[in-house]
Ligand binder design. Structure first.
Ligand code: BTN
Length: 334
């Protein structure tokens, strides 16, 4: 069964219209035929075409002459994704928004409403994308992947950050497989390509003392951005900028979800240490990196000396003390 429509999610019939147009790309289909095939009035077809246009989908033509797509859009609709994720934990309940404030906010509310593990929330655009430490996440329309997963792992609240590391490993594997690029992981949650940030993860949880009730893992991946606002231009990059080619968001997303499912299952089977070991191998930040750590109260320089058993970064400060970074920003010190 499909979940009850959630306010603001993409109407399945709009997704049906998009599919019909995509399957007949560049051929004009009359408003009357569309209306017949998806079982709505002709005026509804006109309204939905207008909505698709507002969301940047290039629909040409008019009701009388017929509508056609100038270009098949790379929209991450729930129906298409479900087809690609048959049998997967993440192929069952997918909520797609053309626009929402934050997929983490939506997923958190779904968690509170008792939705099961495996829910996926996707947006083409976020108006209030959340980043770490109260920052915002640049979420330009239909260029990046803005997605949140709802999980109900049996974990103590202190162990929940391991899910951020799992998502980092999955994103790392997916991006390398799809693009052939070399990707680095900056502890704990940044996907880096040639020193610039291509993706980030924000994990938020709802917990009772001693037991997580649910976790939302939000993943932002810069896929097809051609440029970034001035304040991000020196620190952010996208897969398109790095490869010189437009990338399919759908392909990256499917690969990312498949990788995450396998990494998550492996974690459930093998425990924290398997995640920590893999992260240590893949992240240039785990060992021997000169870093500046900044947290609410202090800022210090040091060299990384590995990850602790729960995945926390260990830094040997310049005064010789080895400290565990529990919270704070880690930046490469040059
Ligand atoms: C970071 O600061 O590096 C974390 C960024 C996380 C961004 C993603 S985009 C999808 C999800 N929804 C949000 O509001 N944030 C996360």
């Amino acid at each position: 069964m499909n979940p009850e429509p959630l306010p603001g999610t993409t109407d399945r019939r709009v997704a049906g219209l998009l599919r019909l147009l995509s399957e007949n790309a560049t051929i004009a289909i009359s408003g009357a035929r569309i209306a017949r095939e998806i079982g709505v009035s002709r005026s509804a077809v006109w309204r939905w075409v207008e909505r698709l246009r507002e969301h940047g989908v290039k629909v040409r033509g008019r009701a009388a002459t017929g509508y056609f797509l100038e270009k098949v859009p790379d929209i991450l609709t729930a129906d298409e994704l479900k087809k690609r994720l048959k049998g997967s934990l993440f192929g069952k309940r997918i909520y797609h928004f053309f626009k929402t404030d934050s997929t983490n906010r939506v997923a958190f509310e779904l968690g509170e409403a008792g939705e099961p593990e495996g829910v996926v929330v996707l947006a083409e655009e976020q108006t209030g994308g959340r980043g770490r430490a109260g920052r915002t996440w640049h979420s330009e329309r239909a260029t990046g992947i803005y997605m949140t997963l709802l999980l109900r792992p049996k974990l103590a609240p202190v162990q929940a950050p391991i899910l951020t590391m799992i998502a980092g490993l999955s994103a790392h594997a997916a991006v390398e497989a799809v693009t052939g690029l070399t990707v680095d992981l900056k502890w704990p949650n940044d996907l880096m390509i040639r020193g610039k940030k291509a993706g980030g993860i924000l994990t938020e949880m709802h917990a009772d003392p001693g037991q997580v009730r649910f976790v939302v893992v939000g993943i932002g991946l810069n896929v097809n951005q051609e440029r970034f606002p001035a304040e991000l231009a020196n620190v952010a990059t996208s897969l398109r900028q790095e490869t010189g080619k437009t990338q399919s968001r759908m392909e990256s997303l499917v690969r990312l979800l498949r990788e995450f499912e396998s990494d998550y299952n492996r974690f459930v089977r093998e425990g924290v240490s398997s995640v920590v070991k893999r992260f240590e191998v893949l992240s240039s930040y785990a060992h021997g990196k000169r870093v500046r750590v900044t947290n609410g109260t202090e800022s210090y320089l040091g060299t990384t000396v590995g990850l602790g058993p729960e995945g926390l970064l260990q830094v040997e400060r310049d005064d010789g003390h080895v400290v565990t970074v529990i919270a704070g920003d880690v930046a490469e010190a040059r």
